[in-house]
Design a protein around this ligand. Structure first.
Ligand SMILES: Cc1ncc(COP(=O)(O)O)c(C=O)c1O
Length: 407
């Protein structure tokens, strides 16, 4: 059996300058990692170094600074590609998961008609709902949902995927339920029906080793800022056979092979999808973030965060008057959504903030799921590899305190 390297959390925490600060006079306990992760010094340094020593535009300059920036930007494509077992030309830099999915909905939408349907699930983030809703409105296609069961897992026995399904787009890990969806199984169903299979990896790529060939995905979208990188840099992976055939959706500099007064021809992939000056330092810093993650080891990260989530689940289940959403164990990771019965989640989050604990409260950009769960909003504690069991203990104690305040 493969040996998993243990993480030295104390040492790791020293790499994240933000974690040592006090908030409201208390040690910061950052449990909002599903919204965005914190950044290690290595990533902050990569951004600073770019601006201090080789800030320059890419792909255009003949001078040395421009050449260095271009080289680093190209290397970033390569680094991301290797990280998910793809090829360099299959990596398109976008702003975030949202933009990656919108790009797909626009570009793939050209081939969708009113006879077709698009399948998503009831546990999607708005980013993987609205682009498809809009596509269906434009084309007259039908938007269908794979339902979730009581445990918060997908009901794969009764999927609405059929011969008219052109696109199946699902979250790998739910940002509300923490459920890890069986993407390979769904890929199989999609491909049997000749549908394209898209995975929203926003909550999986930061935690799980994602191999695009292994999960047989046609497209994968994810965000740099949830995996130690800066905001404003995201990724769209696409199989090159599809990307080559697809039309770009943004037009301008950097994406052409020729332009005349009347017409234009496109550059090769990925440039044809990366119009305009890109987020150069974002891409370079994302490459740095990936180096950091790889140095720890994705298996070690996944194992540590899964253990911590299991521990947190046990601690939260010990509380009275709490509703926890999603599977209690097994195929889940990294986050727990809950409600303290009779207390509004915003009040819970506000009182936790006074204890230095950052959690999220609200609809989590998943309003259709909230409807299915029969609630308006939830609290969410989400973990990364720099969180500790002591922090989870403090969260549980603080939640008891909150319950005391509202007695
Ligand atoms: C599952 C999921 N998909 C998509 C997104 C959107 O990510 P971004 O805001 O970085 O585009 C999020 C953000 O929380 C998410 O959790």
């Amino acid at each position: 059996m493969k040996q998993i390297k243990q993480l030295d959390i104390e040492k790791i925490r020293n790499d994240f300058p933000i974690l040592s600060q006090k908030v409201n006079g208390k040690n910061l306990i950052y449990l909002d990692n599903s919204a965005t992760s914190q950044k290690p010094q290595k990533v902050i340094d990569a951004i600073t170094e770019y601006y201090k020593s080789y800030n320059s535009n890419v792909h255009r300059a003949i001078h040395s600074l421009g050449e260095k920036a271009t080289l680093k930007f190209e290397e970033a494509h390569e680094k991301v590609a290797k990280f998910i077992n793809a090829e360099k030309e299959e990596i398109i830099f976008t702003r975030n998961t949202t933009e990656s999915l919108n790009l797909l909905a626009y570009s793939l939408g050209k081939n969708i008609t009113s006879k077709d349907n698009v399948v998503i699930t009831e546990m999607e983030h708005h980013s993987n709902i609205i682009p498809w809703q809009q596509l269906c409105k434009r084309t007259g296609a039908e938007l269908r949902y794979i339902k979730i069961d009581k445990e918060g897992k997908l009901d794969l026995k009764n999927t609405p995927i059929d011969n008219n399904t052109k696109i199946v787009s699902i979250a790998h890990v739910s940002n509300v339920l923490g459920t890890i969806n069986p993407v390979k199984e769904i890929a199989n169903i999609a491909h049997k029906n000749k549908a394209l299979f898209i995975v929203d990896g926003a909550q999986s790529v930061p935690h799980i080793k994602v191999d695009v060939k292994d999960i047989e995905v046609d497209f994968l979208a994810f965000s740099g800022h949830k995996m130690l990188g800066p905001t404003g840099i995201g990724v769209l992976y696409g199989k090159k056979e599809y990307l080559k055939k697809m039309n770009p959706v943004f037009f301008g500099g950097g994406m052409i092979s020729n332009v005349t007064k009347e017409d234009a021809q496109w550059a090769d992939i990925p440039n044809k999808f990366e119009a305009g000056t890109p987020n150069i330092e974002g891409a370079i810093a994302l490459a740095s973030a990936i180096e950091y993650l790889e140095n720890l080891g994705m298996d070690s990260i996944n194992s540590y965060v899964k253990d911590l989530t299991t521990y947190a689940m046990k601690k939260l289940l010990e509380l009275n008057n709490i509703t926890i959403y999603g599977p209690e164990n097994g195929d889940r990771t990294a986050l727990i959504s809950f409600n303290l019965i009779g207390i509004h989640p915003h009040d819970v989050a506000q009182l936790l903030d006074k204890e230095g604990i950052a959690v999220r409260a609200g609809h989590m950009c998943a309003k259709p799921l909230m409807q299915v769960m029969d609630t308006q909003s939830v609290c969410r504690a989400s973990f990364y590899f720099y969180n500790t069991k002591q922090e989870v203990d403090f969260l549980a104690d603080s939640l008891k305190k909150v319950q005391g305040v509202f007695k």
